[in-house]
Write a protein that binds this ligand. Structure first.
Ligand SMILES: [Cu+2]
Length: 469
């Protein structure tokens, strides 16, 4: 009797092969970029490896109490930039992995208590926001303005006093104070019956009244990965283990000054500055690095994708050098895994801020393709690229439609070529492939798979992609 989610069938990967070189050599410094203070035009993409967030994980699946603190931190977000001063949640075993907080691993139905201590000095916001903190201070509810914290578990089933709700807790937590939250990882249905929160990706982020946007841009965010009886983290029906074949990918857009400091534009006084409506970056970061590279084996991966942008709707694709999409299957979203037998094959992931997708991506037979994980403009009507914040991403532009950070890659996936891409391969745990709808088991007929994959990837091209050269 198959389990309810047994839509995945295990097949084999071939042996390890050679790493692929050939990094891009530069991003053209455009006239537009040169006119801004932004460092974007000076940065070579694909220089830095993508941080593996799970290297800084806290295992709370047995119900551990988690102690995190909000600190001023410095992290190098690109190897060509000086270190950036940010806010960050610390308390994991390897906090230097990223500016993002530790990945908290929790178990459905097992409560976790979290303590968040504000170790920021009240005026520390001026260390992060170089406009003398004016955008932080404008709507900050305190006099004088203070860097306070209020942590919210996005997607959690919580009582109000643990929710980090800025209207329930307008005073938030001042310097030296600790917020205590209980995450039951379960709830009660409307009819009173118990509800066990299914395995899914949640995330913690700051929710300070008046400055949620600023504290999140400053870095106060982290993944919270919930397991359950099926998605145990070691179920061989799903790619794993975490940190190897299961990888959280937190995608965020940001701007940085050439000295490495965070660039948060302010509006001119005639537009009631320093407030800007929405923050859009001109570089894309995955797990805290700008345009990073991820080297993958010819195997099947599970990506836990979070749109961690403040305002940008993402349209993500993983494409090969010939612009064909790599087969990607959505197996879950915010509410957990999809029902058995219903993974959705897709060319792209369109994601609003805070949305999550749980996807399977098949890199078998990818040879030495350079694979680009790209962000494109979302479909018409979805793209939020005309807002004032976007306009002020480039201070010299007056027409918000003329400059957009679209079609910029989020990063690159470098495939390790398979050792033997012909013949059948024996089943081997550690890599999984979704069973195709026709019951054909991917992997046993690589050539046919490749043709099918090409069909899957044969998306009509709207326009040539703009790639870094
Ligand atoms: Cu949220």
């Amino acid at each position: 009797m198959p389990t309810r989610r047994e839509f995945l069938k295990w097949t084999a990967a071939s042996g390890a092969g050679l790493a692929v070189g050939g990094l891009s050599t530069g991003y053209p410094q455009t006239a537009r970029a040169a006119r801004t203070r932004s460092a974007a035009g000076r940065l070579t993409p694909y220089l830095d490896p993508m941080p593996i967030l799970a290297e800084n994980a806290i295992d709370a699946t047995a119900g551990t109490t988690v102690h995190l603190s909000a600190n001023v931190i410095t992290r190098q977000v690109h190897s060509q930039l000086p270190a950036t001063t940010l806010f960050g949640y610390e308390g994991g075993p390897n906090d230097g992995t990223s500016y993002l907080g530790p990945v908290v691993l929790a178990q459905s139905g097992t409560p976790v208590t979290a303590h968040y201590t504000n170790q920021l000095a009240p005026s520390d916001y001026v260390k992060v926001f170089t406009n003398n903190g004016s955008s932080y201070a404008q709507f900050n509810p305190f006099t004088p303005p203070e860097a306070r914290i209020l942590t919210h578990l996005h997607g959690g089933l919580l009582t109000g006093d643990s929710d980090g709700n800025p209207y329930a807790s307008p005073d938030a937590f001042a310097s030296g104070q600790t917020q205590t939250a209980t995450y039951p990882n379960a709830g009660v249905n409307a009819d009173g019956s118990p509800y066990v929160h299914p395995a899914s990706l949640l995330w913690c982020h700051d929710h300070l009244l008046g400055d949620t946007r600023m504290n999140v841009v400053a870095g106060l965010a982290g993944a919270y990965l919930l397991r359950d009886r099926f998605d145990t983290g070691s179920n061989t029906l799903l790619p794993g283990p975490i940190g190897m074949y299961e990888l959280p990918l937190v995608v965020q857009d940001r701007q940085f000054n050439v000295d490495g400091s965070l660039l948060y534009p302010v509006a001119p006084p005639e537009l009631n500055g320093p407030w800007i409506g929405e923050y859009f970056g001109d570089v894309m970061l995955v797990n805290g690095k700008i345009w990073p590279t991820l080297q993958v084996e010819p195997a099947v991966y599970r990506f836990r994708v979070l749109n961690g942008c403040n305002a940008r709707i993402l349209s993500l694709r993983i494409v090969r050098a010939n612009d064909r999409a790599v087969p990607t299957y959505i197996i879950g979203a915010e509410g957990g895994l999809l029902p058995a037998g219903s993974p959705v094959a897709t060319h792209r992931l369109v994601m609003a801020p805070a949305e999550r997708f749980d996807v399977i991506c098949d890199f078998r037979g990818r040879r030495s393709d350079a694979l680009h994980q790209e962000h494109q403009a979302a479909e018409a009507g979805l793209h939020a690229g005309t807002g004032i914040g976007e306009r002020h991403a480039d201070h010299r532009e007056t027409d918000g439609l003329r400059w957009r950070a679209d079609d910029r890659p989020t990063g690159r996936v470098v495939a390790v070529p398979a050792g033997d891409e012909r013949g059948d391969r024996p089943d081997q745990p550690g890599t999984a492939a979704p069973q195709r709808r026709d019951g054909h088991r991917a992997g046993n007929h690589p050539e046919r798979d490749r043709r099918r994959d090409d069909e899957l990837g044969a998306e009509p091209q709207r326009k040539p992609l703009r790639r870094p050269r």
